[in-house]
Design a protein around this ligand. Sequence first.
Ligand SMILES: Cc1cc2nc3c(=O)[nH]c(=O)nc-3n(C[C@H](O)[C@H](O)[C@H](O)COP(=O)(O)OP(=O)(O)OC[C@H]3O[C@@H](n4cnc5c(N)ncnc54)[C@H](O)[C@@H]3O)c2cc1C
Length: 318
Amino acid sequence: MRVGGAAEWLLEPKTLDELAKAVQAARESGMVVRVLGKGANLIVEDGVVPGVVVATDRLNLMWRPDSSEGGQALESLLDALRLGQRPDARLAPQGREEGLRLLALCGATHQRLVSTVMELGWSGLEGLVGVPGHVGGGVAMNAGGKWGEMWSVVESIIVVDDDGELRVLRREQCEPSYRNGNLGTKVVAAALLKFRPDEVHAVKQRTREFLKEKNAVQPVAEWSAGCVFKNPDPAVSCGRTTGRLVDEAGLKGRMLGGAQVSPKHGNFIVNTGAATASDVLELVRIVQESVFERFGVQLEMEAKVWRAEVDGARAPRG
Ligand SMILES: Cc1cc2nc3c(=O)[nH]c(=O)nc-3n(C[C@H](O)[C@H](O)[C@H](O)COP(=O)(O)OP(=O)(O)OC[C@H]3O[C@@H](n4cnc5c(N)ncnc54)[C@H](O)[C@@H]3O)c2cc1C
């Protein structure tokens, strides 16, 4: 969205061990810990965000685990880390249809993930094309849409648990739902993803078609936090999506300061260049109020808001 202020503390771990230690140390110091992926579903308030922000950019490794490890690849990775070994991303070449798994650390980008599986002709994640983000953010938010979502390919994940330990959680132990990985305060460190074999040209074609359709209806080249609101229960909204409710309420194109309800898609608020977080959040409030008055539908936010303290209330310490 390109609005908002600074973090009081910013930590950029580059190993899973550093990630766990960063989270644990911050929590032990009584500080609030926030995890920053690519920031593609985030609105940060103006001012200083108190506590610790842990950024996942440097945890961007992604590789095909040895096919002999099967679904145990994350357990093997944790064992290796406990022995002080670095993950081996240079494994022997494997046949295209062997294993069908990718192991991604939380900072690997969706873009790289989608293009890697497309080149392999593996199916299951075509629907994530054009959805910006990191794997950790995608798992935490269960990113996706009408063509599929992240958790449809998740076999297991490594999380930093509330006690600061790295643990494997298998798919059956998790309860992801619509746009929510339901992981509470756990930090996603890595994910093991399992795909279906297909033909390379078929996966490429589907991926390109989905991207074309997405580009046609969403303001993908503008600064935004993606869909601001979840789609409401169709029974309550008479089958209308949020985009349609906003459109029918006459709010498309509405400006407030530098923020605008996208003329292209009613569920996007874009920063036209000089928006502040206050502009964006005031526009969010106006949209919620207008849609409620007109249709009696309470729009729930999908984008996350990080509350900040007013500039100068607490100076950044590092
Ligand atoms: C143009 C555009 C189009 C989009 N289209 C879609 C779409 O079609 N479908 C869709 O679902 N989304 C869409 N989005 C939103 C966004 O791409 C997804 O929600 C994405 O998964 C966010 O990932 P991120 O890494 O940027 O997370 P961030 O925005 O950095 O964080 C989002 C939330 O996840 C938490 N989080 C991030 N990383 C971790 C982690 N490692 N462990 C635990 N919590 C973590 C953060 O603390 C925050 O609460 C779109 C966004 C844009 C800008």
